[in-house]
Design a binder for this molecule. Structure first.
Ligand SMILES: [Zn+2]
Length: 87
């Protein structure tokens, strides 16, 4: 008897989430520098990270409701991994 199991896509998703989260924190850290103070190479790295996220994120989209005022609530949809919004 073997306990070996075929790797599920779930495991891959977890890894994807870890990678996208790491890329996302790197992106946010880099965005902490004012745009006019970013050297060319720095911008290139930032662009590369954005492209990576775009290309590799297996979006996990959730719906959220935000109260903008007492009588108005807006609905937004966003990816929990790369935080991209869809509305
Ligand atoms: Zn995403």
């Amino acid at each position: 008897m073997s306990n070996r199991r075929i790797e599920s896509t779930c495991g891959n998703n977890e890894q994807n989430t870890t990678i996208i989260h790491a890329m996302n924190s790197a992106k946010h850290a880099l965005e902490g520098v004012d745009e006019e103070n970013r050297p060319e190479e720095y911008k290139a790295v930032l662009a590369k990270i954005s492209t990576f996220i775009e290309r590799h994120c297996e979006h996990h989209i959730v719906r959220d409701y935000i109260d903008v005022s007492v009588e108005k609530t807006i609905m937004i949809e966003y990816c929990t991994k790369c935080l991209k919004t869809y509305t």
